[in-house]
Design a binder for this molecule. Sequence first.
Ligand code: APR
Length: 292
Amino acid sequence: SDEPVEEPVLKSFDLKNAAEYMSKCSNIIVMAGAGISTSAGIPDFRSPGTGLYSQLSKYDLPSPEAIFHLEFFRNNPKPFFLLAKELYPQKFTPTPTHFFIRLLNEKNKLLRIFTQNIDSLERIAGIPSEKIVEAHGTFFTSHCLNCRKEYDLEFVKEVIFKDEIPHCTDCDGIVKPDIIFFGESLPDRFQQCVQSDFSKADFLIIIGTSLQVAPFNRLVSFVDKNCPRLLINMEPAGKATSIWDLGSSSLLYDTNKNRRDVFHKSTCDDGVTELAKLLGWEDDFNKLLESE
Ligand code: APR
């Protein structure tokens, strides 16, 4: 085709050159998924065998994801609350990846982290809340499905650890944690930050996610066409899986059209440790890990 071949943004598509480019950036967006919390002992969703969705057979669900469907929940909230009890990490310990993202912020390079996770480990790692977008909500607050009365984490925790269903003290409706179920729209803050942030981003880090869930996965296509996109994950993700994906919504690291995408295949913690080293932040990173 006679369209001008645009210059690649990166000299080569590896972590070393991504780090070199990153060192000049100051508006980095991070898109995170369950893979950044697995080393804290919280299972992800889709890893074969260990992922949550392969461990739900005991709940006799129509499909694994039904446990996060609003209609299913209204009729039968029991499986969700049993799972919430199982998932309730006794101790909250963020991972090196959470601390690397905090270090990005302390180096004045973090524009925002958009996380799909509901474990609140980003907050607990000390990333300022104005820098966090919890795209799939959080357990920190709950609301009555009927009258919308708000409840805190303690109220729900006490009830689910008695294997009961939390009911509203005013109208007896079911109290549901504010995590986003399939069928619910994402928080307003998600839409607002997407509007304001993605045009400003000068680097995108995608980490610990299979990029299977919309609309979150579409964010990869919202950054400028010259903004590098670094995927750190144990398996490839976000590739054009069908003709419908071709174009800007997929990562092109394994195509001959690639100009700015890097896929670094590693665990999240190993990947960020190597990145910290390449950025010359090894001492600061280790100090942060030791201090927490
Ligand atoms: N290091 C690197 N990658 C990892 C690690 C790790 N330690 N552990 C898991 N992964 C990778 C897996 O290979 C997978 O590609 O992280 C990805 C996790 O993908 P999912 O389990 O699909 O989790 P996520 O992408 O966050 O799911 C998105 O699905 O059900 C919904 O709302 C739920 O927010 C969740 C959304």
